[in-house]
Ligand binder design. Sequence first.
Ligand code: NI
Length: 182
Amino acid sequence: MAILKIARMGHPVLAEMAKPVSDPKNPGIRNLVNDMVETMMDANGAGLAAPQVHVPLRVVVFQAPSERADPGLGEDEQYDHTAPLTVLINPEIAILDPTPEGGWEGCMSVPGLRGWVERPAHIRYRGFGLDGEVIDRVARGFHARVVQHECDHLDGRLYTSRMDDLSRLIFESEIRHFQKAG
Ligand code: NI
């Protein structure tokens, strides 16, 4: 296992369309995923996409722990809002409710910054796991946000290109000034 070098905003690999994986069970994909998970954990990140480690393939890893979900959710509500550490290969997203919801996002390829991004808050996603099994889930809240953020990387998009108010692109050390305003 190894901690991989992260491509930062401006590197062309982040603007490419990533290619589908032909065989999710290929050992090379498992090695890539192991290194991506280690790299994400080392940075305390919520998600990482293969193009961010200079590999233009349709592979993402993410997690949506209960600490990141909205406080005050009931136990059954929490289900769609959380996800364990997940590997998703060749993912596809369907928007179940286009009503946008705003939230702060960060990205290992845009270090030190946070941006306020509006995204649909209710989606369904499908893809394959490392054993070739189908993953098919409904996601809401932070869970829906992290999946959309990571899958955007596969289409060459960073969260900054989803922002419509760049006054809300800030250094993370200044986020306290915004927290009351939401
Ligand atoms: Ni990112």
